[in-house]
Design a protein around this ligand. Sequence first.
Ligand code: ADP
Ligand code: MG
Length: 559
Amino acid sequence: MTVKQQFQAESKRLLEMMIHSIYSNKEIFLRELISNASDAIDKIYYRALTDDSLMFNKDDYFIRIEADQANKTLKITDTGIGMTKEELENNLGVIAKSGSRAFKSENELKDGYDIIGQFGVGFYSAFMVADEVTVISKALGAETAYKWHSDGADGFTIEPAEKAEVGTEITLKIKENTEDEQYEEYLDEYRVQSIIKKYSDFIRYPIKMDVTTSRLKEGTEDEFEEVTEEQIINSMVPIWRKNRNELTDEDYENFYTEKHYGFDKPLAHAHISVDGAIRYNAILYIPEKMPFDFYTKEYEKGLELYSSGVLIMDKCAELLPDYYSFVKGMVDSEDLSLNISREILQQDRQLKAIARNIETRITNVLKSLLKDDREKYETFFEAFGRQLKFGIYNEYGANKDKLQDLLLFHSSNEKKLVSLDEYVERMPDEQKYIYYASGDSIDRIEKMPQTELVADKGYEIFYFTDEIDEFTIRMLMNYKEKEFRSVSSGDLGIETDDTDQTETDDQENKELFESMKEILASKVKDVRLSKRLRSHPVCIATEGEMSIEMEKILNSLPN
Ligand code: ADP
Ligand code: MG
């Protein structure tokens, strides 16, 4: 007797959600199963390329889809690497890797319906359309095949099975139509074909299926006959090898989703083909939203790396500088060896050249976005602008020239985000410095007495609300030969003509200032008459290098 095993708790919840899914875009289950099949063939291909004892004959590798109307089953067969008994247990009994990234909390699981559509949940999505799933698999090098079976959230069984060839065969028992849900369409030849075309066209291995067509009977002029023959449904050309002109924005968006690069829709993409001293194809994306783990240790930057069409690394970190760690996408190059190790990769000259090239491309994509689609750029900047600021601050400002024109800050001018260039362009001739004020919020900055004199002069002030802002511009020091100056600095460079008067006033109030200084002895260095105030009675100013805000931040850091 075979024992029923339980799903891991988290998986069970996800599974239940799939089973009762009210999610309308159920057709994506096929995309998920085909992409797993393709991954499995990739693995065997990769193995053969790096192991001389294995041969890979391309014709032997394919994915096959069979719809059986009579038995109401849809079968997906692949000639990939297969799964051992343990792998069946561990890989299918546990929440999908990509899925676990998507579902972190109980709440996200509850509200997750939208996530299903945008972000694959892998194998379990089969349960959106099937009430029984059977997987028969034979792993490369294994003697026996095994059968995994489940009819829902209460568990699964595994037992030995018959299967001659290495690979996996997944049979879905398609649910019966209900009053408000259609399932049987997934047994329809044309419907299935169109789903394959829509999501899996670029899969590099043939997806075969029997197709019935009506054609003229031989020897007759008006008699037709039905012919069923096996056809390859997908075009098999990976999107990055296609011509840009043939592709629509939707194609790129589909690829982004298919690849699980993110939940969102990308804001912009770049399709690059370089054929010169270095050769590579790449598709890069600027995401719209920050991934939820972006500022955690778990977040790994990197691009997918392919060597002549074979995936060799999921996240190649060497391809992206830290300040562009939000970029998603892939690179395919013929010039990289397949069995390259991570250590060698780090020193690989080709890879370094590609990385430099890619960095320039990303900078250009962002610059044109800023120029041509300000709204999109601001969405991007709200999500990832900090990353650019850190990029300037880090490495002693080595990258500031590349990044400074991508910065935006709030400013007193129309309360919009403003670039350094825009600020400098409209500076009056006599204005010496680029002024800024730091504070917790725009509201609070606007109430700062220190801003009064500068604002009175009609000069624009940058409002720094992000802790990193001031550190960033200190690293820049100046922009287009204009120095940055904090409004709380002692010298604002704003001329006043009644210096004598100040001195007399200072003398007259000497005693008052002395006693104030005594009272505030531990808090201030000096008390002076100020000319910068309008409606506020006092303000704090600094003389040294550091502004009050910076001191606050530095003091709050752990030692
Ligand atoms: P993901 O593909 O994101 O890892 P899935 O839920 O789609 O998550 O699949 C879980 C795991 O099951 C895969 O990582 C793979 O190890 C295994 N798997 C699924 N389908 C196949 C298959 N057709 N052949 C071999 N292994 C498979
Ligand atoms: Mg998968």
